[in-house]
Design a protein around this ligand. Sequence first.
Ligand SMILES: [Zn+2]
Length: 123
Amino acid sequence: MNTAFSRDVPVPTAIALRPGSLRLTWPDGESELPAADLRAACRCGGCRARALRGEPPPATGAATLTGAAPVGQYAVQLLFSDGHDRGIYPWALLRDLASPSRRGAPASDDRPVADACARPSER
Ligand SMILES: [Zn+2]
């Protein structure tokens, strides 16, 4: 049931909301995610359906952050200037977005990053 969050995903120690970006303080560093990137990475039902149809998210370049609300212990809900408020952003997703190697990657994010769990050395 809870496998998506059983990985050892660090939890931000602080979150600072700015109109143009979300600044996260992790136990091992800081990252700043542009609002447009967060808007484009929204995984709510409507945005996922749009992505499956191959449609780009609308006007993400102009989107700014207008609010944030905690979701349990695992995620944050973000509110955008275009009125979109359905996006839930788990820490694991925010970590992925903050990782330089993931920047600009296509939306093949249904596959979890399992590097930390896969240990083929046990034989
Ligand atoms: Zn959405």
